[in-house]
Structure formats: structure tokens, C-alpha cells
Design a protein around this ligand. Sequence first.
Ligand code: PMP
Length: 445
Amino acid sequence: MGESSVFHRDFNAVLPMVVAVDGNYLIDDSGRRYLDACGGAAVSCLGHDHPKVREAIKAQVDRLAFVHTGSFTNAPAEELAAHLVACAPEGTGAGRVMFLGSGSEAMEAALKLARQYCIEKGEPERQQIIARKPSYHGNTLGALATGGHAGRRAPFAPLLIEVNHIDAPYPYRLQGQDESEADFAERMALLLDAEIGRLGPETVMAFVAEPVVGASLGTQPAPKGYWPRVREICDRHGVLLIADEVMSGMGRTGTTYALEQEGIAADLTTMAKGLGAGYQPIAAVLAAQKVVDVIKAGSGKLWNGHTYMSHAIATAGALAVQQVIEEENLLDNVVRRGAQLEAALRDTFAQHANVGDMRGRGLFWTVELVADRKSKAPFDSSSGIAMNIGSAAKARGVMTYPSPGCIDGVNGDHVLLAPSYTSTEAEIYDIVETLAAAVQDVLAG
Ligand code: PMP
């Protein structure tokens, strides 16, 4: 092939062309097979060729592709929304779902819904957003501004709206040696209380956070007790809680929504990756009844909208994905294989001189690499350690999601794993063995 006309992330890279799929494997045009241990970016949770999802999409193509939401609704969108509300964390109530095309779009929509809620409630002075660092909420300008990802923000800084950031709980580097998990959770949650106080509670619109941090920090759950305390603080100050479950949601951590495991519900929840599992580009915002009621009693109108909302083929594909997860009891497999993945990672890397931390939940795990295990010093940000490990694993036939970290000197290089919910025992061992070999390739070389 000559020079590509596609905007690749790396203009100089010559990328393999994937021409076929086989379960959790991708096959390129030279016949090479890659075991997909990351689903792209925690997207492909049902492998690449699930027959039921394929059939549902084909059937919908023959029925109806698109109608505009200003004039019509369609059956798969209605059914999928009802399903997402029905399995939402207790406390969500009779919510409503807005379907969009990407995680970033869902984050923008959540922020706008939060703003609309405040205005319709008679509190227009609420416009401040509090988010966390590190975090990643997407690449459109509002989502990028909300994210606490220094590297991604830097070139666009002059274009970003002002967002206030507090530290995300990151036990490996932020928890005191003698600090209990409960004390750490409390200290981290109180950062929110202090920030709301600093800004003036009557000016704060929303707190935005990932229930299990994804792309920026690497699969970091919060310490036990953090989320209930955050919920209490938000409620006390009349601040909306926006849970970004774009990566952590739809079963990735062992429950449909990661927040379920914390015993609280958010006011607005975004989801994307595992929603369509890559078979269709789709994202959603779930608004809890509290938000819906205020808007219904106010203008009764949505002050935001996109052309492709509730796209019938996209929602039909996502509906089939969610039905397969349920019918095949795949959340059980996430828990079982997740435990196996954790055990294999700990067995393999527990004593490794350059592995500082392993963290995660369900089939969502990260290995953080450090230059010095004792001091926890990260590798120099220019070292490319994680990216090189990712390349070495790819050369060995396993796809991982490496990241150079996002804030120099805070969190360093790490490799994220997000295997398919259909993973077999043999595939999980293959992933960990190959990662170990790739780490060896890079650090010994
Ligand atoms: N939020 C989170 C937590 C994400 O992980 C991502 C994507 N990595 C996004 C938002 C943005 O999603 P998208 O790339 O589909 O716009």
C-alpha cells in the first residue's frame, strides 16, 4: 500500500490492516493473529464476531436505520433505554437515557444537562465544575477541560473552560504508610468538601469522576467508603454527581455499573465503550429521576441535541450486546476471569524490580512500571517504557493498552489490560505470560 490518506494517530506509522476476526483475535493481511487483551481501549467486550450481535445489526439494517428524534422514536432505542434504567444502581429511580455517538459527546451532554437542571431549578448561579486529576473524560473541548490529563490538555489549554481539579484517590502514591483505607477514603473525599467550600457551595454545579479511573491513571478503584462520602457531600451542598462510566461501565468491573459496588447512585451517568462493544459507535447519558423531574416540571424540553441521537442500528447493536451479556451470564465470567487475571499478575510481577503497583477490578487491570521500586520513582517521561512494552507485546501477538502516564512525576508508565468478557482461562494466562515476556524484552534490552 502506498502513502495512507487516513489520519492515523502516528503519521509515520505503517499499521497492519486487519482483514478478519476470530473470537478474541484479530487477523491482519499477512495472516498474523493478535489476542485482543485490551479491546482497543476497553471497548470490545464480546470479542469481534459475536453471532447474535451481528444478526441483530443485520436485521435492524433491513428494518430501519435512522429517524430524527425531533419527530419519531424507534423500538431498539426504547428497549435499550428501559433496560439501562432497569439495571441502574438503586436510587436512580425512573430515569431517562439519551443516546449519543461517543464518550466525549456523552460527557458534553451530561455537563449540559447538569447546567439545565440548575437553571430549571432556579439556581442559575451554579456553574462551577469540580473534577479530579488524574482523570480522562474525552477529547472534545468541554470533556477535555473536565479531564485532569496534563499531557492531553497542554496544547489546547487556551481553548478550555475553567474546571477545578482535586486529587483522585491513588493509594500507591497518596496513601500514608500508617493511614488506614478508611482514613484515606475520608481524607480524599474531604478534598471535595473543601473545594466546594472554597468556591462557594451556591456556585457549584457538579462533581465529575470516574468510579474506577481508566485511561489516565490506569484502572484505579477508590478506597472503600470514598463514594458514599462523596454522595453525602454532594447532597449536602446541592451539587450534582456525574459518574463517568464510559470505561468502567457495562460490566467491565463485574457489575453493570461500577458504582453499583459502592452502594450509591449518581445523578448523571455516562457510558460508552462496553455499551456497543465496538459493534456500533454508541454512548449514552442516564439521568436519574431527580434530574428528569426538575426538567419535566420546568421547560419540559431538552436544551441539547445531536442529529444521530437514538440511531436505530446503533441502539439495536447495543441492545443485542447487553442481552448477550445477560443471557450468557458474562458478568460471572468477568468476576471469575478477573480473579484469575489478578492472581496471575500478582504471581508473575510481585517481586519484579520495575513493577511498582498492580491495581484494578473485574477484567480491568493495570501494571504500573517504575524506575525504582523502593523510592517509587517513575521512569523518565521520555523513556517510552510502557509504549515499548506495548509494542513488544504486539510483536508477540497480544494487544495491550500502554500509557506513558499523564502528569510528570505523579503517575508514571503503565500498561492497562481489558480483556473480553468471553475470555477463556487459557487466554488470560497467555495475556499475562506474553506481558511478562514483553516487559523482559524492553527492560533487558
Ligand atoms: N470518559 C472516559 C472515562 C474514557 O475512558 C473515554 C475514552 N477513553 C472518554 C470519556 C471519551 O470517550 P470517546 O473516546 O468515545 O469520546
